[in-house]
Write a protein that binds this ligand. Sequence first.
Ligand code: NAD
Ligand code: MG
Length: 393
Amino acid sequence: MATRVSILGATGSIGRSTADILCSNRDRFEVEAVAGGRDAAALADMAIRLGARFAAISDEAALPALREALAGSGVAAAAGEGAVMEAALRPADIVVAAIVGAAGVRPTHAAVQAGRTVALANKESLVCAGYAFMRDAREAGATLLPMDSEHNAIFQALGRHRPDEIEQMIVTASGGPFRTWPAERIAVARREEALAHPNWSMGAKITIDSASLMNKGLELIEAHHIFSVAPEALGVVVHPQSIVHGLVSFSDGAVVAGLAVPDMRVPIAHCLGFPDRLGTSARRLDLAAIARLDFEKPDLVRFPALRLAIEALRAGAGAPTVLNAANEIAVEAFLAGAIRFGDMATLTETILQRFGDARESGVTESVEAALALDAEVRAATASVMSTAWKSTY
Ligand code: NAD
Ligand code: MG
């Protein structure tokens, strides 16, 4: 019987790569629902291409355009947060969670609470609300398959193991476009420079996070939750070629690494086929042609966002929630040209200090409490920006 898949964030970078894999394995899959943010035309195209039964768009104003684009196709359409929730909850064997940012928390959490198998790309779900999210996943008997390339590599490297046999987990970072730049130049990097990632083609938010190394910090927090590994046992190594994605070292000194060319279709196919292997048209790895793999320590001075994320991971409780929310607002502001590249980390640090006592156990106990803190932090970040920050420009 075909595997039924729903895609949340179907029009994005991960959503489109997921669609490629589904289309090249048509006999194995059928698509139940697709959900997107505001691009009605792209969502309708995707729904028709995949033969989805239901298309949900978050922006209610986009519903007439979606209905029109789907006319005669037989795909049902709906709009609003409730419609995206419906897409998450429709019967499916795998829900691909690929909405960007904390907007993905509620629908992803709903799929988890319904006990689904969730292929998780939306790392912000775990950074914002990881403690409660993982507990709810366990209680509901949901399965989480890590789609983020580093976590997927670690998942594949883990094999059968006991937790006490794992010494360390390492995620690699390409280092982004500013890997060799001096701090003064990074501080004033332009939008186009930050969006020019050397190895990966991704959505705007994660591309900016990759340039600041915040993405790697978010990934440490993601790894902490998804693999239940202590913060001290997690590490980052910069690896400019992006061939080795994640490594696990075991108690006997053995290290197992996951390698592939930097193409998200590889981890996506792994999640969609799991435990089987699907075919993909990703370029094959030719190590002799690549010739060398380099590794270096991350520089926490030139990349303060990574330091902030490591501190938030160690502090626990509400700190990762605050980090994630402040960072989302900062990235939006940078993309809109309202603040400079270096201001993103400064702003996030200011907000982390302001919410320094966001230690409420509530954040670890319920996803809704984490989302309430997320909303509070967003408002505070926007307000700091409109006062202290605006005057500088
Ligand atoms: P993207 O910006 O390309 O796509 C985001 C998707 O989310 C779009 O389909 C958009 O319409 C949808 N969306 C936004 N707000 C929504 C809302 N409120 N309701 C419903 N849909 C909404 O982003 P992306 O690069 O595909 O990344 C998606 C997620 O996957 C992010 O969390 C990112 O960190 C993670 N991820 C991405 C990559 C990658 O290679 N792109 C790799 C690893 C992890
Ligand atoms: Mg990643």
